[in-house]
Write a protein that binds this ligand. Structure first.
Ligand SMILES: Cc1cc2nc3c(=O)[nH]c(=O)nc-3n(C[C@H](O)[C@H](O)[C@H](O)COP(=O)(O)O)c2cc1C
Length: 223
């Protein structure tokens, strides 16, 4: 698969088959993604990959927290600015509305919307979960580079016929996840990712998110 195809074909997959993914397959993906660039070649990333019992341990820990203490936000940073401004506010709203329209879940059906959100905490059924760790002493610069590593994983997975979904949904529960995974300071859990084979029959996987046009995001000069 060429890069352009992988870039256009990759989506956030939110329903997976329970078909297992071998450790060898995940290793092969990471072996490709580790060539992602980073400033000063710091490679400011580490990743915990969980399947089977380890995956279930994380799910159980977060489910227990959700049952007793759902609103405590354990994130080391605000996932979004407190009040988003345009055009970001509308973009965020739009993708949510597009998804719920596709699924036929109206705004008033808070229960169904919540149930959809909660599927995050089962990795949307994916057999493999990844958690991205960063040293808390790193600067915003290094966080950006961790993101490039994550995207490289998504593209490498795509090229191998696997699907992914990055998951900041885990971030408000990052200390619970860290506890379940044995992650200790100065490392913190940034974000999760679901990895597996897409359930192509699931409606949610038909969602194609929109993108701003080139002239909205780029300015050209001197050509
Ligand atoms: C860092 C990051 C975290 C994300 N976290 C979640 C998440 O927790 N749950 C979810 O359903 N989608 C999550 N997404 C997916 C975004 O909503 C998605 O990338 C965006 O709407 C564009 O859609 P696409 O990935 O299908 O192209 C995340 C994406 C990124 C890059």
């Amino acid at each position: 698969m060429d890069v352009a195809t992988a870039l256009k074909q990759r989506i956030s997959t939110r329903a997976f088959l329970d078909t297992p993914v071998s450790e060898a397959e995940v290793r092969a993906i990471l072996d490709e993604a580790r060539w992602a660039a980073s400033g000063g070649n710091l490679q400011p990333w580490r990743v915990k990959v969980v399947a089977g019992e380890a995956r279930q341990r994380v799910i159980d820990a977060v489910q227990a927290k959700l049952a007793t203490d759902p609103f405590t936000n354990e994130a080391d940073f605000p996932v979004y600015p407190e009040s988003l401004w345009e055009p970001y506010r509308s973009r965020r709203y739009q993708v949510g509305e597009d998804m719920y329209a596709l699924l036929g879940i109206p705004r008033e059906d808070k229960g169904a919307r919540l149930a959809h959100l909660m599927a995050n905490y089962q990795f949307f059924g994916a057999p493999v979960g990844l958690f991205f760790l960063i040293d808390e002493r790193m600067n915003p610069n290094q966080w950006a580079h961790l993101g490039m590593f994550m995207m490289s994983i998504c593209l490498a997975a795509e090229a191998r016929g696997l699907a992914s979904c990055m998951q900041e949904a885990w971030t408000p529960h990052s200390k619970t996840v860290a506890g379940a995974l044995g992650v200790e300071a100065p490392e913190i859990v940034y974000c999760g990712m679901a990895l597996g084979y897409a359930d192509t029959s699931a409606k949610v996987n038909q969602l194609r998110s929109r993108r701003a046009g080139i002239d909205e995001i780029a300015e050209f000069e001197g050509f």
